[in-house]
Design a protein around this ligand. Structure first.
Ligand SMILES: *Cc1c(COP(=O)(O)O)cnc(C)c1O
Length: 392
């Protein structure tokens, strides 16, 4: 069969090899504990689920939604941004519902990338930024996220000819996979850089509500003038433990929102209304409702770090996000270490190299495992000794 080049260009899905090994283990009766995917184990708060139960019975919600989303959903999102970030956004023109942030991120490239155009993409990074760029016919210029730069792209390292040609920059703070934060000072530098080079900025803000040690991550749109050139993607998935319901929102520049609306209205028909009703319930709730949930993640984070240090891995505690990004010993590749952990300890971690070339040398562990399994997984980890690498 002849498939399109864009399908052939997509790198093999990160978890394919790992999934096969897990299946083999399971077939042998071995129980594998996975620190792989970041998918909250804590259920969606029950008032939000109750709203769905009722909304499902309302026959008005059985019909096609409007692509842009219910006015009440867009108002709830704008209201939440006002209370949380002090930002005033017009729910009619500056807010758009999404079938999860991933959908909006994937479709966004169709709004500004023509064949051959350049997107500036973080490495390591969430794979949808690059895949969306390729699907639209564009090319990625990778921006390394390095520990020495606090996991922020070094804007001065972007060659002037690349900057002048690039159409868009993708950013994601709090960051997956590194757990790093960006502050408004850095974001203002990005706005200046983007304006000077006529670049749009797409900011993935999925983890602003999953933060530790009392930190309150900022929105990119808080930088004065950011809205002239950017969209921010927010998700209810991580904020409200709602990954399975598929609900997100894009906010920012009205012209960009409208462009995304053109793409979406031609390819999908928006978010099921009953799901939007869940979102209204969630977003209109108190903004500090996540504190208890974050305390659970923070306790797991601290416990995981203790276990990783015990086996000799270097880790800085993440300030936010659902992940611990751990440096592995010299001489091992992240894929090798991942394989050893699965073979010898029956635990799954994600190799950093799956997030880009600069993710090599790291593994990512997720905090979204129920406490009992989490503790058993850590006991397996702690009982491990990394074999000394035979030097050639
Ligand atoms: C989980 C995640 C998303 C996906 O959000 P959905 O709303 O569930 O589609 C987007 N970006 C990053 C960086 C993520 O980790």
């Amino acid at each position: 069969m002849r498939l399109s080049k864009r399908i052939e260009k997509v790198p093999p899905y990160l978890f394919v090899g790992i999934s096969r090994k897990i299946a083999e283990k399971k077939a042998q009766g071995v129980e594998v504990i996975s620190f792989g995917i970041g998918d909250p184990d804590i259920p969606t708060p029950s008032p939000i689920v109750d709203t769905l139960r009722e909304a499902a019975l309302d026959t008005r919600n059985h019909r096609y939604p409007e692509t842009e989303g219910l006015p009440a959903f867009r108002e709830a999102a704008a209201g939440w941004y006002w209370r949380r970030f002090g930002l005033s956004l017009d729910p009619k023109t500056e807010v758009l519902s999404l079938i999860g942030a991933k959908e909006g991120i994937g479709h966004a490239s169709f709004c500004f990338i023509d064949p051959g155009d350049i997107a500036l993409v973080p490495d390591p990074g969430y794979p949808v930024y690059s895949v969306g760029t390729w699907f639209a016919g564009g090319e990625c210029h990778w921006m390394p996220l390095l520990e020495e730069n606090a996991w922020l792209p070094d804007l001065d390292a972007i060659p002037a000819d690349v900057a002048s040609k690039a159409r868009v920059m993708w950013l994601n703070y709090p960051n997956n996979p590194t757990g790093a934060l960006a502050d408004l000072d850095y974001f203002s530098k990005v706005v200046d850089f983007a304006k000077a080079n006529d670049i749009l900025v797409m900011h993935d803000a999925c983890y602003t509500e999953v933060a530790y040690d009392g930190l309150r991550p900022v929105s990119f749109l808080q930088v004065p003038g950011a809205k002239d050139i950017s969209l921010e993607f927010h998700s209810l998935s991580k904020s409200y433990n709602m990954t399975g319901w598929r609900l997100g929102v894009a906010l920012g520049n009205a012209e960009l929102i409208n462009a995304l609306m053109v793409v979406k209205s031609n390819l999908d028909s928006g978010v099921p209304q009953a799901i939007q009703m869940m979102g209204i319930e969630a977003l209109n709730g108190p903004v500090d409702s996540m504190d208890g949930r974050n305390a659970i993640y923070q306790r797991r984070r601290d416990r995981l770090i203790e276990a990783l240090r015990r086996v000799g891995l270097h880790v800085d505690p993440p300030k936010a996000s659902l992940y611990v990004w751990a440096k592995i010993p010299e001489g091992y590749s992240s894929a090798e270490l991942t394989e050893m952990l699965l073979e010898e300890r029956d635990i799954v971690v994600t190799p950093g190299s799956g997030y880009g070339r600069h993710g090599e040398g790291y593994i990512r562990l997720s905090l979204t495992i129920a406490d009992d399994d989490f503790e058993r997984g850590l006991e397996r980890l702690e009982a491990w000794t990394i074999p000394a690498k035979a030097t050639a």
